[in-house]
Design a protein around this ligand. Structure first.
Ligand code: ADP
Ligand code: ADP
Ligand code: ZN
Length: 220
């Protein structure tokens, strides 16, 4: 297994963040999670946060030009020679088009678009029980993950909270945004021969094994 260069696709709650963090640990590739970056910016009330907050609150997408600039800066600033994992980007065709020149810039071509799939009832169950560490962004689940019961992050001691956009009334809106704006990326990457569809139903380890298999890596 050489240098890892992947993007994660798939609906909110499918398990992208969870699997992206595994790949980060296993391959030491640089992880760029755009949702996490935006939430941190909102908490810190940075200029980016002030631009993004209205979209996050509604479950809408932050404008493409903001996102493309953000990711370009991250990829350039961080050492991605050991590879990169994009979680939550691209989310539109325009963002995918914006990614191509960035990759040329750093001299790394994409090797897979991993799309984690799950039916709506699974997604709703995962999102409505998700808890996120305020400090390090680690992911927990009130039902599937006994560690969530402590209310504190097992890795860093940070406070676990429920994201505003994971509340029941926002989930349907986010799924609509996904279907209309992000789902077309499957065809986009399929045409380029990069799409790898992964069944996201099953426990975290089962899905992780499928991801590793899709990448051609041994799952240990
Ligand atoms: P999830 O993990 O549930 O799929 P994310 O944490 O990736 O959600 O994203 C949370 C929110 O951040 C999105 O609903 C959207 O408002 C914003 N966001 C994240 N990534 C992008 C992006 N690439 N383009 C536009 N908006 C984004
Ligand atoms: P995404 O990044 O696609 O929005 P997450 O990785 O944040 O999804 O997962 C959503 C929620 O579901 C989190 O609470 C996470 O702990 C939980 N989760 C992730 N993968 C699984 C799985 N295979 N089985 C059960 N729960 C999972
Ligand atoms: Zn933490």
């Amino acid at each position: 297994m050489g240098v890892l260069r992947v993007v994660f696709l798939g609906p909110p709650g499918a398990g992208k963040g969870t699997q992206a963090k595994f790949l980060e640990q296993k391959f030491g590739a640089c992880l760029v999670g755009t949702g996490e970056i935006l939430r941190k910016a909102v908490r810190e009330r940075s200029p980016l946060g002030r631009k993004a907050v209205q979209y996050l609150d509604r479950g809408d997408l932050v404008p493409d030009h903001v996102m493309v600039k953000l990711v370009a800066e991250r990829l350039r600033a961080r050492d991605c020679q050991s590879g990169f994992i994009l979680d939550g980007f691209p989310r539109t065709i325009a963002q995918a088009d914006g990614l191509e020149p960035m990759l040329k810039d750093i001299g790394l071509a994409l090797d897979s678009a991993l799309c984690i799939q799950a039916p709506n009832e699974v997604i709703i169950q995962r999102l409505s029980g998700r808890r996120t560490c305020k400090v390090c962004g680690s992911l927990y689940h009130v039902v599937f993950d006994p560690l969530a019961r402590a209310g504190k992050c097992d890795r860093c001691g940070g406070e676990l909270y429920q994201r505003e956009d994971d509340r029941e009334e926002m989930i349907a809106a986010r799924l609509r945004v996904y279907e209309s704006q992000t789902a077309p990326l499957k065809e986009y990457y399929c045409r380029r021969g990069l799409l790898k569809e992964i069944d996201g139903v099953g426990n975290v380890e089962e899905v992780r094994n499928r991801v590793f298999r899709a990448l051609g890596a041994v799952a240990t």
